[in-house]
Design a protein around this ligand. Structure first.
Ligand code: NDP
Length: 274
Protein backbone atom coordinates (compact mmCIF):
# COMPACT_ATOMS: atom_id res chain seq x y z
CA UNK A 1 0.00 0.00 0.00
CA UNK A 2 1.15 3.58 -0.68
CA UNK A 3 0.37 6.65 1.39
CA UNK A 4 1.72 10.22 1.13
CA UNK A 5 5.08 9.36 -0.49
CA UNK A 6 5.51 6.29 1.69
CA UNK A 7 5.01 2.56 1.38
CA UNK A 8 3.00 1.04 4.21
CA UNK A 9 4.24 -2.33 5.42
CA UNK A 10 2.10 -5.24 6.61
CA UNK A 11 2.29 -4.13 10.24
CA UNK A 12 1.34 -0.54 9.39
CA UNK A 13 4.89 0.88 9.59
CA UNK A 14 5.40 3.58 6.96
CA UNK A 15 8.67 3.77 5.05
CA UNK A 16 9.48 6.87 2.94
CA UNK A 17 9.29 5.92 -0.73
CA UNK A 18 12.85 6.95 -1.63
CA UNK A 19 15.79 6.01 0.59
CA UNK A 20 19.30 7.48 0.56
CA UNK A 21 21.89 4.79 -0.19
CA UNK A 22 25.30 4.94 1.51
CA UNK A 23 27.27 2.02 0.07
CA UNK A 24 30.79 3.09 -0.98
CA UNK A 25 30.60 6.31 1.01
CA UNK A 26 33.65 6.16 3.29
CA UNK A 27 33.01 6.80 6.99
CA UNK A 28 34.75 10.19 6.86
CA UNK A 29 32.50 11.41 4.02
CA UNK A 30 29.31 9.81 5.29
CA UNK A 31 28.60 12.61 7.76
CA UNK A 32 28.54 15.26 5.00
CA UNK A 33 26.56 13.13 2.54
CA UNK A 34 23.88 12.10 5.03
CA UNK A 35 23.61 15.69 6.29
CA UNK A 36 23.11 16.87 2.68
CA UNK A 37 20.42 14.24 2.20
CA UNK A 38 18.58 15.22 5.39
CA UNK A 39 18.89 18.90 4.55
CA UNK A 40 17.25 18.22 1.20
CA UNK A 41 14.29 16.35 2.59
CA UNK A 42 15.33 12.68 2.68
CA UNK A 43 13.96 10.95 5.78
CA UNK A 44 15.10 7.42 4.96
CA UNK A 45 18.74 6.32 5.16
CA UNK A 46 20.11 2.91 4.16
CA UNK A 47 23.40 1.71 5.63
CA UNK A 48 24.99 -1.61 6.65
CA UNK A 49 27.56 -2.92 9.08
CA UNK A 50 29.65 -3.91 6.06
CA UNK A 51 29.74 -0.34 4.70
CA UNK A 52 31.89 0.66 7.69
CA UNK A 53 30.18 4.04 7.85
CA UNK A 54 27.47 3.42 10.46
CA UNK A 55 29.29 5.69 12.95
CA UNK A 56 29.12 8.81 10.82
CA UNK A 57 25.74 7.95 9.34
CA UNK A 58 24.40 7.79 12.90
CA UNK A 59 26.25 10.91 13.99
CA UNK A 60 24.84 12.92 11.07
CA UNK A 61 21.29 11.82 11.89
CA UNK A 62 21.71 12.48 15.61
CA UNK A 63 23.22 15.93 15.02
CA UNK A 64 20.61 17.00 12.50
CA UNK A 65 17.66 18.96 13.81
CA UNK A 66 15.10 16.21 13.35
CA UNK A 67 13.43 13.90 15.89
CA UNK A 68 14.66 10.30 15.72
CA UNK A 69 11.15 9.05 14.93
CA UNK A 70 11.03 11.23 11.81
CA UNK A 71 13.94 9.39 10.14
CA UNK A 72 13.69 5.82 8.92
CA UNK A 73 17.01 4.04 9.48
CA UNK A 74 17.95 0.70 7.93
CA UNK A 75 21.06 -1.35 8.60
CA UNK A 76 22.13 -4.88 7.73
CA UNK A 77 23.59 -7.92 9.42
CA UNK A 78 26.95 -8.89 7.87
CA UNK A 79 26.49 -11.62 5.30
CA UNK A 80 28.81 -14.13 7.06
CA UNK A 81 26.83 -14.05 10.33
CA UNK A 82 24.66 -17.14 10.20
CA UNK A 83 23.76 -18.05 13.79
CA UNK A 84 21.45 -16.86 16.56
CA UNK A 85 23.89 -15.52 19.17
CA UNK A 86 26.13 -13.64 16.74
CA UNK A 87 23.08 -12.01 15.16
CA UNK A 88 22.15 -10.54 18.54
CA UNK A 89 25.76 -9.43 19.13
CA UNK A 90 26.18 -7.79 15.71
CA UNK A 91 22.81 -6.06 16.00
CA UNK A 92 23.96 -4.47 19.25
CA UNK A 93 27.23 -3.41 17.58
CA UNK A 94 25.24 -1.75 14.80
CA UNK A 95 23.16 0.15 17.35
CA UNK A 96 26.36 1.17 19.18
CA UNK A 97 27.96 2.40 15.94
CA UNK A 98 24.85 4.40 15.06
CA UNK A 99 24.40 5.69 18.61
CA UNK A 100 20.73 4.67 18.52
CA UNK A 101 18.54 2.50 20.70
CA UNK A 102 16.38 1.00 17.96
CA UNK A 103 16.35 0.46 14.20
CA UNK A 104 13.45 0.95 11.80
CA UNK A 105 14.56 -1.93 9.59
CA UNK A 106 17.26 -4.58 9.97
CA UNK A 107 18.08 -6.88 7.06
CA UNK A 108 20.06 -10.08 6.62
CA UNK A 109 22.50 -8.60 4.08
CA UNK A 110 22.67 -11.70 1.89
CA UNK A 111 21.73 -15.39 2.00
CA UNK A 112 25.42 -16.33 1.74
CA UNK A 113 28.74 -14.73 2.69
CA UNK A 114 30.06 -12.39 -0.02
CA UNK A 115 33.17 -14.55 -0.35
CA UNK A 116 31.06 -17.68 -0.91
CA UNK A 117 28.17 -16.49 -3.12
CA UNK A 118 25.64 -19.25 -3.77
CA UNK A 119 26.60 -21.37 -0.73
CA UNK A 120 23.65 -23.11 0.93
CA UNK A 121 23.27 -21.37 4.30
CA UNK A 122 19.58 -22.23 4.78
CA UNK A 123 19.97 -23.41 8.37
CA UNK A 124 22.14 -20.42 9.27
CA UNK A 125 19.63 -18.00 7.73
CA UNK A 126 16.84 -19.59 9.76
CA UNK A 127 18.86 -19.20 12.98
CA UNK A 128 19.71 -15.58 12.16
CA UNK A 129 16.05 -14.92 11.31
CA UNK A 130 14.90 -16.35 14.67
CA UNK A 131 17.21 -13.88 16.41
CA UNK A 132 15.77 -11.07 14.26
CA UNK A 133 12.25 -12.17 15.25
CA UNK A 134 13.27 -11.93 18.92
CA UNK A 135 14.68 -8.41 18.43
CA UNK A 136 11.50 -7.42 16.60
CA UNK A 137 9.28 -8.80 19.38
CA UNK A 138 11.45 -7.07 22.00
CA UNK A 139 10.74 -3.76 20.25
CA UNK A 140 14.37 -3.17 19.18
CA UNK A 141 13.49 -3.13 15.47
CA UNK A 142 10.26 -1.89 13.88
CA UNK A 143 10.49 -4.14 10.82
CA UNK A 144 12.79 -6.99 9.79
CA UNK A 145 13.75 -8.21 6.37
CA UNK A 146 16.29 -9.75 4.05
CA UNK A 147 18.39 -8.75 1.08
CA UNK A 148 19.53 -10.58 -2.04
CA UNK A 149 17.15 -13.45 -1.17
CA UNK A 150 15.80 -15.61 -4.00
CA UNK A 151 12.35 -17.22 -4.03
CA UNK A 152 13.75 -20.42 -2.50
CA UNK A 153 15.70 -18.51 0.19
CA UNK A 154 12.49 -16.69 1.12
CA UNK A 155 10.43 -19.86 1.04
CA UNK A 156 12.81 -21.53 3.51
CA UNK A 157 12.27 -18.68 5.99
CA UNK A 158 8.51 -18.72 5.47
CA UNK A 159 8.39 -22.51 6.03
CA UNK A 160 10.44 -22.52 9.24
CA UNK A 161 9.80 -19.21 10.99
CA UNK A 162 6.95 -17.22 12.46
CA UNK A 163 7.27 -13.86 10.73
CA UNK A 164 7.36 -13.43 6.96
CA UNK A 165 10.07 -10.86 6.06
CA UNK A 166 8.63 -7.39 5.60
CA UNK A 167 11.25 -6.44 3.01
CA UNK A 168 13.52 -7.99 0.40
CA UNK A 169 16.19 -5.56 -0.84
CA UNK A 170 17.36 -6.66 -4.29
CA UNK A 171 19.19 -5.27 -7.32
CA UNK A 172 16.54 -3.60 -9.46
CA UNK A 173 16.90 -1.04 -12.23
CA UNK A 174 15.84 -0.57 -15.86
CA UNK A 175 16.87 -3.78 -17.63
CA UNK A 176 16.29 -6.07 -14.64
CA UNK A 177 12.52 -6.49 -14.94
CA UNK A 178 12.27 -9.84 -16.70
CA UNK A 179 15.07 -11.38 -14.63
CA UNK A 180 13.41 -10.33 -11.36
CA UNK A 181 9.77 -10.86 -12.41
CA UNK A 182 9.27 -14.19 -10.61
CA UNK A 183 10.79 -12.78 -7.42
CA UNK A 184 8.70 -9.60 -7.68
CA UNK A 185 5.54 -11.67 -8.08
CA UNK A 186 6.46 -13.89 -5.13
CA UNK A 187 7.11 -10.85 -2.94
CA UNK A 188 3.83 -9.26 -3.98
CA UNK A 189 1.93 -12.44 -3.12
CA UNK A 190 3.48 -12.54 0.37
CA UNK A 191 3.21 -8.76 0.93
CA UNK A 192 6.98 -8.38 1.04
CA UNK A 193 8.06 -4.87 0.05
CA UNK A 194 10.80 -4.90 -2.59
CA UNK A 195 13.52 -2.31 -2.17
CA UNK A 196 15.40 -1.52 -5.38
CA UNK A 197 19.08 -1.29 -4.65
CA UNK A 198 21.45 0.17 -7.25
CA UNK A 199 18.45 1.87 -8.97
CA UNK A 200 20.94 3.55 -11.34
CA UNK A 201 22.91 0.29 -11.80
CA UNK A 202 25.63 2.06 -9.75
CA UNK A 203 25.58 4.77 -12.45
CA UNK A 204 26.05 2.40 -15.40
CA UNK A 205 22.54 2.76 -16.84
CA UNK A 206 22.70 6.55 -17.09
CA UNK A 207 24.51 6.59 -20.43
CA UNK A 208 21.87 4.56 -22.23
CA UNK A 209 20.68 6.38 -25.35
CA UNK A 210 17.10 5.16 -24.89
CA UNK A 211 16.99 6.51 -21.34
CA UNK A 212 18.59 9.79 -22.38
CA UNK A 213 15.96 10.18 -25.10
CA UNK A 214 13.14 9.46 -22.70
CA UNK A 215 14.61 11.92 -20.19
CA UNK A 216 14.47 14.64 -22.85
CA UNK A 217 10.86 13.74 -23.67
CA UNK A 218 9.83 14.13 -20.02
CA UNK A 219 12.14 17.10 -19.45
CA UNK A 220 13.88 15.18 -16.65
CA UNK A 221 17.32 13.64 -16.17
CA UNK A 222 18.21 10.00 -16.87
CA UNK A 223 18.59 9.42 -13.10
CA UNK A 224 15.08 10.73 -12.48
CA UNK A 225 13.69 8.38 -15.16
CA UNK A 226 15.44 5.43 -13.46
CA UNK A 227 14.14 6.31 -10.00
CA UNK A 228 10.62 6.98 -11.28
CA UNK A 229 10.70 3.62 -13.08
CA UNK A 230 11.40 1.79 -9.79
CA UNK A 231 8.54 3.60 -8.04
CA UNK A 232 6.10 2.75 -10.84
CA UNK A 233 7.14 -0.92 -10.54
CA UNK A 234 6.11 -0.69 -6.86
CA UNK A 235 9.69 -0.98 -5.65
CA UNK A 236 11.39 1.41 -3.27
CA UNK A 237 14.53 2.96 -4.83
CA UNK A 238 17.68 3.64 -2.80
CA UNK A 239 19.80 6.04 -4.93
CA UNK A 240 23.25 6.97 -3.65
CA UNK A 241 25.21 10.14 -4.37
CA UNK A 242 27.83 12.26 -2.65
CA UNK A 243 26.99 15.36 -4.72
CA UNK A 244 24.35 17.73 -3.44
CA UNK A 245 22.95 18.61 -6.89
CA UNK A 246 22.41 14.94 -7.63
CA UNK A 247 21.03 14.24 -4.16
CA UNK A 248 18.40 16.92 -4.82
CA UNK A 249 17.74 15.72 -8.38
CA UNK A 250 17.22 12.14 -7.19
CA UNK A 251 14.48 13.22 -4.80
CA UNK A 252 12.41 15.22 -7.31
CA UNK A 253 10.34 12.50 -8.87
CA UNK A 254 6.92 14.15 -9.19
CA UNK A 255 6.05 13.02 -12.72
CA UNK A 256 4.60 9.94 -14.38
CA UNK A 257 6.04 7.69 -17.08
CA UNK A 258 3.35 6.54 -19.54
CA UNK A 259 2.35 2.89 -19.73
CA UNK A 260 3.77 2.65 -23.24
CA UNK A 261 7.16 4.00 -22.12
CA UNK A 262 7.12 1.73 -19.04
CA UNK A 263 6.62 -1.26 -21.36
CA UNK A 264 9.57 -0.13 -23.46
CA UNK A 265 11.74 0.21 -20.32
CA UNK A 266 10.63 -3.24 -19.09
CA UNK A 267 12.01 -4.74 -22.28
CA UNK A 268 15.38 -3.02 -22.22
CA UNK A 269 18.49 -5.12 -21.90
CA UNK A 270 20.48 -5.13 -18.64
CA UNK A 271 23.43 -2.78 -19.27
CA UNK A 272 25.55 -4.88 -16.96
CA UNK A 273 25.02 -7.96 -19.13
CA UNK A 274 25.99 -6.38 -22.47
P1 NDP B 1 23.16 3.75 -7.51
O1 NDP B 1 22.52 2.83 -8.47
O2 NDP B 1 22.35 4.57 -6.61
O3 NDP B 1 24.16 4.69 -8.33
C1 NDP B 1 25.11 5.48 -7.67
C2 NDP B 1 26.12 5.99 -8.68
O4 NDP B 1 25.48 6.87 -9.59
C3 NDP B 1 27.24 6.75 -8.06
O5 NDP B 1 28.39 6.54 -8.86
C4 NDP B 1 26.78 8.19 -8.15
O6 NDP B 1 27.89 9.05 -8.21
C5 NDP B 1 26.01 8.19 -9.44
N1 NDP B 1 24.85 9.09 -9.42
C6 NDP B 1 23.92 9.20 -8.44
N2 NDP B 1 22.97 10.09 -8.76
C7 NDP B 1 23.32 10.58 -9.97
C8 NDP B 1 22.72 11.53 -10.84
N3 NDP B 1 21.59 12.15 -10.51
N4 NDP B 1 23.34 11.79 -12.01
C9 NDP B 1 24.49 11.14 -12.37
N5 NDP B 1 25.09 10.22 -11.59
C10 NDP B 1 24.51 9.94 -10.40
O7 NDP B 1 24.27 2.95 -6.71
P2 NDP B 1 24.51 1.90 -5.58
O8 NDP B 1 24.98 0.69 -6.25
O9 NDP B 1 25.32 2.57 -4.55
O10 NDP B 1 23.10 1.54 -4.94
C11 NDP B 1 22.39 2.43 -4.14
C12 NDP B 1 22.24 1.91 -2.71
O11 NDP B 1 21.62 0.63 -2.68
C13 NDP B 1 23.56 1.68 -2.00
O12 NDP B 1 24.20 2.88 -1.65
C14 NDP B 1 23.12 0.83 -0.84
O13 NDP B 1 22.50 1.62 0.15
C15 NDP B 1 22.12 -0.09 -1.54
N6 NDP B 1 22.79 -1.33 -2.00
C16 NDP B 1 22.51 -2.49 -1.33
C17 NDP B 1 23.11 -3.68 -1.67
C18 NDP B 1 22.77 -4.92 -0.92
O14 NDP B 1 23.44 -5.95 -1.11
N7 NDP B 1 21.74 -4.92 -0.10
C19 NDP B 1 24.09 -3.76 -2.76
C20 NDP B 1 24.28 -2.50 -3.46
C21 NDP B 1 23.65 -1.35 -3.07
P3 NDP B 1 28.21 10.17 -7.08
O15 NDP B 1 28.10 9.52 -5.74
O16 NDP B 1 29.60 10.57 -7.43
O17 NDP B 1 27.23 11.26 -7.30
Amino acid sequence: MRKDHAFVMRNGVEIPEIGFGTWQIPNKEAHDSVTMALKNGYTHIDTAYAYQNEENVGKAIREFDIPRDQVFVTSKLPSHIKNYEDTLTYFQETLDHLGMDYLDLFLIHAPWPWDDIGADCTEGNIQAWKAMEKLFKDGKIRTIGVSNFSVSDLQAIIDSCEIVPFVNQIPFYIGKFHEQKELLDFCEKHEILVEAYSPLATGEVLNSDEIKKLAEKYNRTPAQICIRYCLQKDTLPLPKSTHEGRIIENSKIDFEISEEDMNMLDDMEDVRKK
